[in-house]
Design a protein around this ligand. Sequence first.
Ligand SMILES: Nc1ncnc2c1ncn2[C@@H]1O[C@H](COP(=O)(O)OP(=O)(O)OP(=O)(O)O)[C@@H](O)[C@H]1O
Length: 427
Amino acid sequence: MSETVTTSETAGTGGHGATIELENLTKRYPGSSGPSVDNVSMEIRAGETVVFVGPSGCGKSTTLKMINRLIEPTGGRIRIGGEDVTDMDPVKLRRRIGYAIQSSGLFPHMTVAQNIALVPRMTGWPAGRVKARVEEMLDLVGLDPGEFHDRYPRQLSGGQQQRVGVARALAADPPVLLMDEPFGAVDPITRDHLQDELIRLQHELHRTIVFVTHDFDEAIKLGDRIAVLRERSHIAQFDTPEAILTNPADDFVSGFVGAGAALKRLNLTRVRNVEITDYPTVAVDDPLQEIFNKLRSSGTNEILLLDKLRRPYKWLRRGDLMRARGSLARAGTLVSDTVTRDATLRDALEAVLTDNAGRVAVTGRRGEYEGVVDMETLMNSVRELLEADRLEAAEARAELEAARTDRTHAEQEGDDRTGGKSGEVRA
Ligand SMILES: Nc1ncnc2c1ncn2[C@@H]1O[C@H](COP(=O)(O)OP(=O)(O)OP(=O)(O)O)[C@@H](O)[C@H]1O
């Protein structure tokens, strides 16, 4: 397949995304009075994540499923990597496009490994390569191959099933990944973690991802660009999250952005962008006296206890140790929430507030301790973000004002060129 790479970032970086072009794409379901998707045209760049967001029934899923032809368009063209795929064999097409859905879509009678191996096997990969790929994919989505390889989907949590679903969608190395509300059915904390994982994956893989959600916060967090869709998949605005938050195109988009745009901005900054501090830690196997000494010499009134896999386990304060009487079994406060470096400041803030102690532990891809972010760092970042927003909004207002004044002058002067001028001003 020939691939057209349109963005300089993806060219030559080993990224394998492909462009997706939709041209006047239309779907009219039999028996419906009008089209459900009406003449949609858009270009999605190679290696970017585009999120379709919009109210229920506006045609997000139908548009997405036309890209891999699970739904056949009634009009228009689809090009992937520059190649017109509108009429190609849909089964062949689907082997080149990963697809992840809400219920994970795993086959219940197949093991995790068999599920992941499915498409590479159908595509005719040699057995050895398929086997290696399964291990690689499990590792990629943060599941220990030794532990999960032979399990059946029913033996997994909802979040683990979604991870396997993503591993399966990516197994045959497709340039394009379509995701239809993949995290819609899991609890909010698991959803946050799955979103973080997807961001990390995308940093490594540079696929072209089209992601459907009706959760605007999720769209802000994941999208390089967001397409806000209204009825019949008409595009209300297609732009970066920053642009949509600071300059919504019309009332429909503003309504969708909703209240608290400033707080939503917190979704655009990652934990990796703020200062992560090192914190005194001890391990569960350390002798109590050593833990005590470390806490005393640390200058903090708290220390973080890590479990055998170096994952944050408990916060221990001085008083906890006094009461421990030789055993840490019941001492301290269990760590209730952690964030990764890909989490947003909003996630971190939520975790800090939930934990009620002014800090949250940052962990790596297997949950191992990496550092701590505290309330003060978060508050400073929030202040900076809000200040930047205020400046930007003031600039946009000033520009608008200047444009309006220009137009009024031109009109007052009865200038022949008024039409042309106001056209320029509006543009
Ligand atoms: N098989 C079908 N036959 C007839 N109409 C359909 C069919 N599938 C979807 N529709 C209609 O097409 C429109 C768009 O549906 P679609 O599922 O694409 O919307 P959506 O934006 O993904 O909605 P949601 O967020 O609720 O999943 C809706 O009005 C729906 O009723």
